[in-house]
Design a protein around this ligand. Structure first.
Ligand SMILES: O=C(CO)COP(=O)(O)O
Length: 247
């Protein structure tokens, strides 16, 4: 796992970029920033068919590739992508339980936990997405994230690394990240639930310059996950300044 004293960051392009645009984005934005991206152990979560070409485009850059989802099953299931295949094509991480998948496909906490366990068995680090869907008081949001996280820690051995992404559904694609005090409550609850596990914690949802610094004022966050900010040269540069400048 990455050095715990250095922030960590990653992005997911969801279904936003196809093959040609993904290559353009990697060559015009990621590679010119490779040194600073590598310094925060950056990886790009991509649709499955883009993993192999992206690995080649990113070769030698220090930037990793990761998947946005994985099958829970390890036996034969037509159309599924197993964790062992993701590991074989060079993924270091895989996202499980993104809010959009929990919403669109009805993914339950138990299914997400099985996916995290499958990832872990294959040597991947599961990026476990947790968070409330609609706006809630901080204590209720913390309770939702705790239930989601508890299912995963029950399924993954404590020595295996986990990366928790607190990403409230209401913040995704919005204009405002979670309030730092609110997020701090959730972080505190997640640290409690995962005590004894090898876990790190990042925030995602409308991350823009300044968000990481404000979050760190109210909680010991390990980093931030970028959505739109990773596809905007100015925003990416500013967020990287923040992440790579010692506090
Ligand atoms: O869902 C996200 C990344 O997976 C968040 O996206 P935004 O940062 O664009 O809100």
């Amino acid at each position: 796992m990455s050095n715990p004293s250095v922030p960590i960051s990653f992005t997911s392009t969801k279904t936003q970029l196809g093959l040609t645009r993904s290559r353009g984005w990697i060559e015009s934005l990621l590679l010119p920033n490779a040194e600073r991206l590598a310094a925060v152990s950056f990886f790009a979560c991509l649709p499955h068919p883009l993993l192999l070409p992206a690995r080649q485009w990113l070769q030698g850059s220090g930037i990793g590739v990761a998947a946005q989802d994985v099958a829970a099953a390890t036996d034969e299931v037509t159309g599924a992508v197993t964790a062992s295949l993701l590991a074989e094509v060079g993924c270091s991480h895989v996202m499980v339980g993104h809010a959009e998948r929990r919403g669109a496909f009805g993914e339950t906490d138990q299914l997400v936990a099985r996916k995290a366990a499958a990832a872990s068995r294959a040597g991947l680090t599961a990026v476990v997405c947790v968070g409330e869907t609609d706006t809630l008081p901080a204590s209720d949001a913390a309770a939702v994230a705790s239930v989601q996280a508890r299912a995963v820690v029950a399924a993954v051995p404590p020595e295996r690394p986990l990366l928790f992404l607190y990403e409230p559904g209401w913040a995704i694609g919005g204009t405002e990240a979670a309030d730092p005090v609110h997020a701090g409550h959730v972080l505190h609850a997640l640290r409690d639930v995962t005590a004894g596990h090898h876990a790190r914690f990042v925030y995602g949802g409308a991350v823009a310059p300044g968000v990481y610094t404000r979050l760190r004022g109210e909680g010991d966050w390990d980093g931030v996950a970028l959505g739109r900010a990773a596809q905007d040269p100015l925003l990416l540069a500013e967020v990287l300044d923040e992440l790579t400048t010692p506090e």
